[in-house]
Design a binder for this molecule. Structure first.
Ligand SMILES: Nc1ncnc2c1ncn2[C@@H]1O[C@H](COP(=O)(O)OP(=O)(O)OP(=O)(O)O)[C@@H](O)[C@H]1O
Ligand SMILES: [Zn+2]
Length: 845
C-alpha cells in the first residue's frame, strides 16, 4: 500500500470513529431492553463492557455498555455523563454469560449486570439538600425576631428546622444522612421543608475514592446509661457482646431501624469511626488446617478431575461422596492443579460464614492467592476483592452464590460444593441458580466444573446417570470410619406408650444422657427457630398472624427467662415475630379476634428446645445455633470454637447445624420434628427431607468414635425417611425419579413459577384470572399449566399472590410460553411489578 493509500485509510478510520456516536446501555431497571445514549464529543468513547453514568428519567444511573453503533434512536438520545472505566470491566465471557442469564431467566440485562458486578459501591448515588432562597429568608427573619413562630410546627420541630437551615446556610449541598446526624431532623421534617420550598433537593452520582474504609461503631465506656428503648438496649448489648466495637454493616443484621444507631451516637453512647479496610487481617481465620495425603478413593477422584484441567474441553462432573468421605481435600488438590497450570479456580459454597473451617483450609493451602466473597461483606470490601481477582492477584476464589461471576482471568476449574443446596438459587431478579450458571460459565470458558454433594439434586443425578455429566463416587468415609447407625423413633408409639405428647422421646433422652456421661458430644436438630412457631387461640381456633403476611407469628422468649409466666420487665425479648417480613409485636393478653384469654403456644422451636434440654440436663453445657444466635460473621466461628474445644457438649439448632461441620467429638445426633417438611406444598419436599436427614446424620461419628443417629418421626414408613436412615441415596433417587416422571416434574420436565401479585386483592385476582383464561384458550404444545391458584403464601409483605406452575417438555417451549405470557400481560396492562417469573423455581411458596 502506498503512503497516500494509508493516509486515506487513516482518514477513513477517523471519520468512522467520529461516526460511532451512540451506545446501548443496560441499566438496572425492571425493563427488558437496553437504552441508547449519545457519546459526547468531549468524552473518551467507552468500550463494550465499560460502566457509564447516564441520565435516566430524573435519576443518574450506572449502566454497562453493550453495543456501540451509529443508529440514531427514534427519539433524541441524551448524552452519557461519564465513562467510569478506561478498559472493559467485564470480559467477553462474562458479557456472554450475562446475555445467557438474561434470556434463560427472562431477566432484564441491566439487572443481571447489577448482580454480577459488586461495584455499585464505587459509585455513590446520593441525595443532597441545599438551602433555597426562601429558606434563607426564613432563617434571617427568625434570627432577627428571636423566637417568633416561623411555621406551624411544634417548638421542638421548629428548633430542628432552624438547625437545618443554619447548617446549610453557607450554601453547600449536604447529604441527607449527614444532615440528619448533624441536626436530628427526620426524613418527614426534611420533606416538609422541601414542600415549603425552604430546601432544594438534588441527586448526584460520583465515583468514590478507591481507598475504602469501614465504618465502625465503638461503644464508649464510662457513661451513665440514661433511659433507653428496647432497640437501643439491644444494639448496645450487641456491641458489648462483640467486645465493644463492630462494623456498622454487621449491626444492620439486627434489623433495627436506622435511627437507633443515630440516636445512640447523638446521646454520646456510641462513636462512629472510619477505619481503613484491612480486610485480609479481619478475615484471616485463626489456626491452620491439616493437610492430608489423599486416600485411594480421593486419589482416583482427583485424578479423574485433574486430567481434564487445562485441556480446553468443557467437562462437567458430579462427585457424589458420602458425608465425611473427604471431598474438600479432593477440591483443594484439583484447585492446586489448576493453579500450577496457570489457571484460576472458583469454589462455590452455600454460606461461607457457616463453614469457617473451609476458609482456614484454603488459607493454609493457598495463602494470599485466596479471595473470599461472601454475604457478610460490605460493598466496599466486596469491590476490593473483585479488583484483586480481576487484577490476577487472587487466583483462588471462594464464595457464595454470586462468586460464580468472579472476574478471574483464565478460568480452569469451578467447584460447586453441596451442589444440592437451595441457597444457590437467588430469590430475587435475576432468579438464577448458581450451580447452573457455573455449568454454563464452564461451558463458555471450556473449563472443568465439579458438582459435589453427598445428596446430589435429582437434576444433577439424572444428568450423571444419563451420561451428560461424568460421575465419580466416594462411597466410604475417610480412614475406614463407618457411617453412623440411624434409628427411627416412632413418635406415634411413643405417644401410645407414654400417654402424652413429648418433645423428646425417652430413647433420645437416655442416649443423650449416656453420651454426655461418656464425655462425648451430642447435636439435636429442631428445624424451627424461636420458642413456639404457632400461637393459637383455644376459643376461636385462630392462629395469630402477621399483619402483612398470611403467616403464623413465631413467639420468641426474652433471653434468660425460664418459664412462660416469667414476666420480663425489659421489652427487648418477649415478642411475636414474622419470619418473612420482620414484623414484630408484643404478645397480646387476649386473642385479637375474639378477646378470649386462652392463647396457646404450640410447636417447639430451637429456643424452646434449648430450654427444655437445660431442664432435663441441668449440668449439660448447651449451645444453640440458629439465625437468632448466629448473626455476624464471628458468631459462628465463636460457637464452633466452643464446640471443638468441648466447652459445649450439647448443641441444639436449626438446619444450620447440618451444614458441613466437622466436629470430631460428636457421636450422637438427634432429629426432632423434621418430618413436618414432608407436608410442604412443593414437589421437592421428599428430596429436601432426605437431604436434611442425610446431612445432619453425617455430623455424627466423624472422629475416632462411631456415631449414632435417632430420628423422631410420625412417618416412619415414608421412603424419604426410611432410605435416609439406610444411607441409600440411589434407592431414594430411583423412587423419587419414578414419581417425578409420572407427575411430569423436573428433571423430566422444565418448570417455571409465574406469580401474579398486587397489594389489591381484586387486582391480583382479576389479573390472574385474565391470564388464566388466555392460557386456557391458547394452545401450547408440550406445555402443562397448573393454576391460577392462590400461592401457598397468599399474602406476603402486604401483597396478595396468585400463581401458575408451568411445566414444559422442552426448555425452548417453556421460554416461548413465558415470553408469550409476558407479552399478553402487557396487552392486559399488568405492570411489570405485578408479575414474577421464576424459571427453575426452587421455592414454590
Ligand atoms: N485422606 C484423609 N485421611 C484422613 N482424614 C482425612 C483425609 N481426607 C480428609 N480427611 C478428614 O476427613 C474429615 C471429613 O472431610 P470433609 O469435611 O472434606 O468431608 P466431606 O466429604 O466434605 O463431608 P460432608 O459432605 O459431610 O461435608 C475431615 O476432618 C478431614 O480433615
Ligand atoms: Zn410478615
Amino acid at each position: 500500500m502506498n503512503p497516500a493509500g494509508s493516509e486515506n485509510a487513516l482518514a477513513e478510520i477517523l471519520v468512522a470513529s467520529r461516526m460511532l456516536q451512540f451506545c446501548d446501555v443496560a441499566l438496572p431497571v425492571p425493563l427488558d431492553r437496553v437504552f441508547t445514549y449519545k457519546i459526547g464529543e468531549a468524552a473518551e468513547p467507552p468500550a463494550i463492557g465499560c460502566r457509564v453514568i447516564v441520565p435516566f428519567r430524573n435519576e443518574k444511573l450506572t449502566g454497562i455498555v453493550t453495543r456501540i453503533h451509529q443508529e440514531p434512536p427514534p427519539v433524541e438520545a441524551k448524552p452519557i455523563l461519564a465513562v467510569l472505566d478506561g478498559a472493559p470491566l467485564l470480559a467477553p465471557d462474562l458479557m456472554e454469560l450475562a446475555a445467557w442469564i438474561s434470556s434463560y431467566y427472562l431477566a432484564p440485562l441491566g439487572e443481571v449486570f447489577r448482580s454480577m458486578l459488586p461495584l455499585m459501591a464505587e459509585v455513590k448515588h446520593q441525595i443532597l439538600y441545599r438551602i433555597a432562597d426562601k429558606g434563607r429568608e426564613v432563617l434571617y427573619a427568625s434570627a432577627n425576631q428571636g423566637s417568633s413562630r416561623h411555621s406551624r410546627k411544634s417548638a421542638e420541630d421548629q428548633d430542628v428546622e432552624y438547625d437545618v437551615l443554619n447548617y446549610l446556610e453557607a450554601g453547600q449541598a449536604e447529604r441527607v444522612s449527614k444532615l440528619r446526624t448533624a441536626t436530628g431532623a427526620t426524613l418527614d421534617l426534611l420533606r416538609s421543608m422541601l414542600r415549603k420550598k425552604w430546601l432544594l433537593r438534588e441527586t448526584s452520582a460520583v465515583q468514590r475514592d478507591a481507598r475504602r474504609t469501614i465504618r465502625y461503631a465503638v461503644l464508649l465506656h464510662d457513661v451513665r446509661i440514661p433511659k433507653l428503648n428496647a432497640n437501643q438496649q439491644c444494639l448496645l448489648a450487641e456491641l458489648a457482646g462483640a467486645g465493644g466495637e463492630m462494623p456498622v454493616a454487621e449491626l444492620r443484621r439486627l434489623d433495627l431501624p436506622d435511627s437507633t444507631l443515630g440516636s445512640l451516637v447523638r446521646r454520646g453512647l456510641v462513636r462512629l469511626e472510619e477505619r481503613p479496610a484491612d480486610f485480609h487481617l479481619a478475615m484471616q481465620p485463626m489456626g491452620s488446617a491439616l493437610v492430608h495425603t489423599l486416600n485411594p478413593a480421593q486419589q482416583a477422584a482427583f485424578k479423574a478431575i485433574a486430567a481434564s484441567i487445562g485441556s480446553g474441553v468443557f467437562k462437567p462432573t458430579l462427585l457424589r461422596g458420602v458425608t465425611g468421605s473427604g471431598k474438600t481435600a479432593v477440591y483443594l488438590a484439583a484447585m492446586q492443579t489448576a493453579l500450577d497450570a496457570g489457571y484460576s479456580a472458583i469454589l462455590l459454597v452455600p454460606e461461607i460464614g457457616l463453614t469457617p473451617a473451609m476458609a482456614a483450609q484454603l488459607y493454609t493451602a493457598f495463602g494470599s492467592e485466596v479471595a473470599l466473597l461472601h454475604s457478610a461483606l460490605i460493598p466496599g470490601e466486596r469491590a476490593e476483592q473483585w479488583h484483586r481477582i480481576r487484577a490476577g492477584e487472587a487466583r483462588i476464589v471462594v464464595g457464595t452464590r454470586s462468586a460464580v461471576f468472579a472476574p478471574v482471568t483464565r478460568l480452569g476449574l469451578i467447584v460447586v460444593d453441596e451442589e444440592h443446596d437451595s441457597s444457590y438459587k437467588q430469590e430475587e431478579t435475576p432468579r438464577y441458580h448458581a450451580r447452573d450458571v457455573a455449568v454454563m460459565r464452564a461451558k463458555l470458558d471450556s473449563s472443568v466444573v465439579v458438582l459435589g454433594s453427598a445428596t446430589p439434586s435429582l437434576e444433577s443425578w439424572r444428568n450423571a446417570t444419563t451420561g451428560k455429566y461424568a460421575l465419580i463416587e466416594m462411597a466410604q468415609r475417610v480412614a475406614d470410619r463407618p457411617l453412623p447407625v440411624v434409628e427411627l423413633v416412632d413418635m406415634r408409639k411413643e405417644f401410645q406408650e407414654t400417654g402424652q405428647e413429648q418433645l423428646f422421646s425417652r430413647l433420645l433422652i437416655e442416649e443423650t444422657q449416656a453420651t454426655l456421661e461418656r464425655g462425648e458430644q451430642a447435636i439435636i436438630l429442631l428445624n424451627r427457630r424461636g420458642y413456639s412457631f404457632v400461637v393459637l387461640c383455644r376459643a376461636c381456633g385462630e392462629k395469630l398472624q402477621c399483619e402483612n403476611c398470611a403467616i403464623s407469628l413465631t413467639y420468641h422468649r426474652p433471653h434468660g427467662a425460664t418459664s412462660l409466666d416469667d414476666a420480663d420487665p425489659s421489652p427487648t425479648g418477649q415478642r411475636l415475630q414474622c419470619h418473612y417480613c420482620g414484623y414484630k409485636r408484643t404478645v397480646p393478653k387476649v386473642c385479637p379476634d375474639c378477646e378470649s384469654e386462652h392463647l396457646h403456644f404450640l410447636g417447639a422451636g430451637s429456643q424452646q428446645g434449648e430450654q427444655r434440654l437445660q431442664e432435663i440436663f441441668p449440668h449439660a453445657r448447651i449451645g444453640r445455633m440458629d439465625r437468632d444466635t448466629v448473626r455476624g460473621r464471628h458468631d459462628m466461628e465463636r460457637l464452633l470454637q466452643r464446640l471443638h474445644s468441648g466447652e459445649i457438649n450439647l448443641l441444639v439448632g436449626t438446619q444450620m447445624i447440618a451444614k458441613g461441620h466437622d466436629i470430631h467429638g460428636v457421636t450422637l445426633v438427634g432429629v426432632v420434628g423434621a418430618d413436618f417438611a414432608l407436608g410442604l406444598p412443593n414437589f421437592r419436599a421428599a428430596e429436601r427431607v432426605f437431604q436434611l436427614l442425610t446431612q445432619v446424620s453425617g455430623r455424627a461419628g466423624r472422629g475416632e468414635l462411631p456415631g449414632r443417629v435417632l430420628v423422631q418421626t410420625y412417618h416412619s414408613d415414608h421412603y424419604a425417611i426410611r432410605l435416609a436412615a439406610a444411607h441409600d441415596f440411589k434407592a431414594f433417587a430411583e423412587k423419587e425419579l419414578q414419581f417425578r416422571r409420572w407427575m411430569h416434574y423436573p428433571p423430566f420436565s422444565v418448570l417455571a413459577n409465574l406469580i401474579v401479585q398486587s397489594p389489591r386483592l381484586e387486582e391480583a385476582a382479576a389479573w390472574s384470572s385474565q391470564l388464566g383464561q388466555w392460557f386456557a384458550n391458547t394452545a401450547f404444545e408440550g406445555v402443562r399449566i397448573l393454576g391460577p391458584a392462590t400461592a401457598p403464601i397468599s399474602r406476603l409483605k402486604r401483597i396478595y399472590r396468585f400463581h401458575f406452575v408451568i411445566k414444559a417438555e422442552k426448555r425452548a417451549t417453556l421460554a416461548r410460553t413465558l415470553r408469550a405470557a409476558l407479552a399478553r400481560a402487557e396487552v392486559l396492562k399488568i405492570p411489570s411489578r405485578g408479575l414474577i417469573v421464576d424459571v427453575d423455581a426452587v421455592n414454590l411458596m
